[in-house]
Write a protein that binds this ligand. Structure first.
Ligand code: GDP
Ligand code: IMO
Ligand code: MG
Length: 426
């Protein structure tokens, strides 16, 4: 039975929530492996919309055990707010499990996120402001707080005091509120008893499930081009949303994984700062934003829009070892006479099919476009590949060729049912 990683192939918001939900209906466990409440994953079931930030999208499927892996950073306030919200809408969240090794986003790291952005001046990253970067920095710096620390109050207080002292100096310097370590510790410790029943050794639970023949889906937050190692550094998030992150973020080995699915839009979007070669910073881009409803789920910011970039997609195929692409939002492209697709870049007058070696090359890249014939029909009711207009079928086939990976499914609407499955995975 398969273990499937579902991750973002572009700059985020590709429709991972919908893909996870759709595949999750045939899954036993859904494990979130990276990031935190910087993510905003939308699922639409029977016309009802759910926006999930910290909880795995799999929580919406009956019978699934949702799991937050050790690679996730957990804001305890957000965790319980989201649980309350989702539970009040009739979703059973009682099976949620959380790794005791997951790091906590303490309140001071939300402030630190702001302080860091202020210090960058005009060169800001445009983070979601959720404290993600500072929490992963503390983790790497070995001054982070793990969920298991909630059960060792005196040690936790000492850790908070040590981590907060230098940060308070910074807050003071940039006119942010100075925090009292005792108050911060009391607040965090107040969650201990509520979180206790959810704790587990995620690695053990997942490996046991795989041994039993259960299906496990690993749900990535963010995306390949936002990866701390492989993305457009420093305009990235602070985790590994790529396939490797699914392994380290949950404690499974590479030999256990059967499929790696990259979710990609039929065009491209990006939120926040950083290079984006196919960006349409004009009326065409604005129209695409309106047509696709491209506004952030987490921050409400308008998303930058552009055409499909096959160089980025090939890169995502390679970095993640993709076996499949889940292509979303094809319905948004109905109505164009022709659709440009970026097949290569020109960097300093030289054509390249691959990601430029150096970031300056990527920033200077001029897209080389191939114009593909468009279609005018509304495709939102199509449920099989053959029902799509010929031009849409050809668009898919060309993207497949350029991406060096098969397109497993095609999204034609936000709803759970609005998917053309070409190759069932489970
Ligand atoms: P995620 O962060 O990757 O889960 O994606 P988001 O939820 O942030 O953004 C994707 C948006 O596109 C959401 O509003 C989804 O409901 C919507 N969506 C997903 N797939 C499709 C699709 O195939 N067609 C259309 N029209 N909308 C889609
Ligand atoms: P999902 O899972 C799109 C972007 C932010 C910013 C950069 C760093 O919904 O696809 P951070 O707060 O993580 O330090 O911000 O990364 N970013 C996302 N963009 N989708 C996301 O998540 C994102 N999570 C972070 O806009 O540019
Ligand atoms: Mg999103």
């Amino acid at each position: 039975m398969p273990a499937v990683i579902v991750l973002g192939a572009q700059w985020g918001d590709e429709g991972k929530g919908k893909a996870t939900d759709q595949l999750g209906q045939h899954t036993d466990l859904v494990v979130k492996f990276n990031g935190g409440n910087n993510a905003g994953h939308t699922v639409v079931i029977d016309g009802e919309k759910y926006a999930l930030h910290l909880l795995p999208a799999g929580i919406l499927s009956e019978g699934v055990t949702p799991i937050i892996g050790n690679g996730v950073v957990v804001d305890l306030d957000v965790l319980f707010e989201e649980l309350e919200d989702i539970t009040s809408r009739g979703v059973d969240c009682s099976r949620l499990l959380i790794s005791s090794n997951a790091h906590i986003i303490p309140p001071y790291n939300r402030l630190m996120d702001q302080a860091n952005e202020r210090a960058r001046g005009n060169n800001l990253i445009g983070t979601t402001g959720r404290g993600i970067g500072p929490t992963y920095a503390d983790k790497m710096n070995r001054i982070g707080l793990r969920i298991q620390d909630l059960f060792h109050p005196e040690e936790l207080r000492a850790k908070v005091e040590a981590a907060l002292a230098p940060k308070n100096t910074i807050f003071e310097a940039v006119d942010l509120q100075v925090l009292d370590p005792a108050e911060v510790s009391d607040h965090l410790l107040s969650f201990a008893e509520r979180v206790k029943p959810m704790l587990c050794d995620v690695s053990l639970v997942v490996n046991d499930a795989l041994d039993r023949g259960d299906t496990v889906l690993f749900e990535g937050g963010q995306a390949t081009m936002l990866d701390i190692d492989h993305g457009t550094y420093p305009f990235v998030t602070s985790s590994n949303p790529t396939a490797g992150g699914a392994l380290t973020g949950s404690g499974v080995g590479p030999t256990r994984i059967d499929r790696v699915v990259g979710v990609a839009k039929a065009y491209t979007t990006r939120v926040g700062e950083g290079p984006f070669p196919t960006e349409l910073d004009n009326k065409v881009g604005e129209a695409l934003r309106t047509k696709g409803g491209e506004f952030g789920v987490t921050t409400g910011r308008p998303r930058r829009t552009g055409w499909f970039d096959a160089v980025v997609m090939r890169y995502a195929t390679r970095i993640n070892g993709l076996t499949d692409i889940c292509l979303t939002k094809l319905d948004v492209l109905s109505g164009y006479e022709t659709i440009p697709v970026c097949v290569a870049y020109e960097v300093d007058g030289v054509r390249t099919e691959e990601m430029p070696l150096d970031q300056a090359g990527f920033e200077a890249a001029v897209p080389v476009y191939e114009e593909l014939p468009g279609w005018s029909e509304d495709i939102s009711q199509c449920r099989s590949f053959d029902e799509l207009p010929q031009a849409a079928q050809d668009y898919i086939k060309r993207l497949e060729e350029l991406s060096r990976c098969r397109i497993q499914s095609i999204g034609v609407g936000p709803g759970r049912e609005a998917t053309i499955v070409r190759y069932p995975l489970m």
